[in-house]
Design a protein around this ligand. Sequence first.
Ligand code: ADP
Length: 376
Amino acid sequence: MLGDMGSSIFSPSIAPVAPTVTDPVDVLVIDDSEDDRDLYARLLKPGVQVQTVDFASDGEEGLARYHDRPTDCVLLDFNMPGDDGLAVLERLKAIDPHVAVVMMTGEGNENIAVAAMKAGAMDYVVKDRITASVLLRAIVNATEKAALVRKIAAQHEEQVNFIRILVHDVRAPLRGLTGFSDMLAEDLEAGTYEDVPDHLDMIKLSATRLNALVDTLAHYALLDGKMAHEKVDMNDVVTQALDNLRLVIDERNAQVDVAILPCVTGSGPELVQLLQNLIGNGIKYNDRVAPTITLSVKSDGDEQIFVVEDNGIGIPEAKLTAIFRPFERLWSRDVYEGTGLGLAICRKIIERHDGHIWCESEVGSGSRFCFTLPAV
Ligand code: ADP
């Protein structure tokens, strides 16, 4: 049950809600006392809350085991010969900064419990007062806390990454703006005018790219707000998306075939944006004289699975997950214009609707973007 990292800080799907441990957990016990290990084995029978229990009789063995097979939770005895619990905790944290440790202390060792919590233990149990329910509560508590800390750390990392790429992507058109303005100034000063139209075009292109980035970012950030949950007719949604894409559809001589669609529960404007991005991409990343896009749907229990299929350039298998990350692009902007946020927006919209989105593709033949939405 380790894992369950969040996505970006801008994504509502990773709002800091305490996760609940629903799956049984894997536990590692590090304790030098054979009697105590026997006791834990009796108290922690594999069942609803515990999946497996592994044992190590000292810090070294425990560290090696955790290194080879990280578990959801570690019960760590404080009082061991050699490295005590605090020293082992520090070394465990070097292997996994978010390890879920329950420190097992003796009666009257409250100061040790406090030190352990300060050092990053997620909970503690006084050995002399141990019962199965006390132990299980501590394990669940520590595992939940660790999952939450992991999630927040992942959010933070993704936020830092997002900003790093954003800064890079803002800098490129800004460099274009300043560079070509300087050249324009030089042209005018030297009285040589033949490059002026080109330099003006490049200034315009840089400004357009910057504008597109800011507009798309605004869309992306706005998706963190509250979402409407209303009955939405997907036939109306696709009609609006196609109206918004009319210019590009006509320009590219594209054909968009749409099946009769059902109603779903969600936000109409967000679903328009979703289909607009997917159909728009199907036309953009398509070298055929007449790009063809089909939108179909099938029902699967409580879900509707929508499929937007194109006959475009396709996507290498190794990139099928990465393309949903912010700023992930497979082509330079000189080949295909774009901000790299379109599919990240789609993913965010679908996650807000409790659905999934994924892509299947074959390079040279086309791509199939599938997403699920709750049926009405
Ligand atoms: P962009 O603004 O670059 O279009 P997206 O987030 O919409 O950003 O898409 C990310 C990348 O995924 C694109 O740069 C492109 O390389 C690839 N991609 C998206 N849709 C398709 C598609 N239908 N066919 C081929 N490649 C696609």
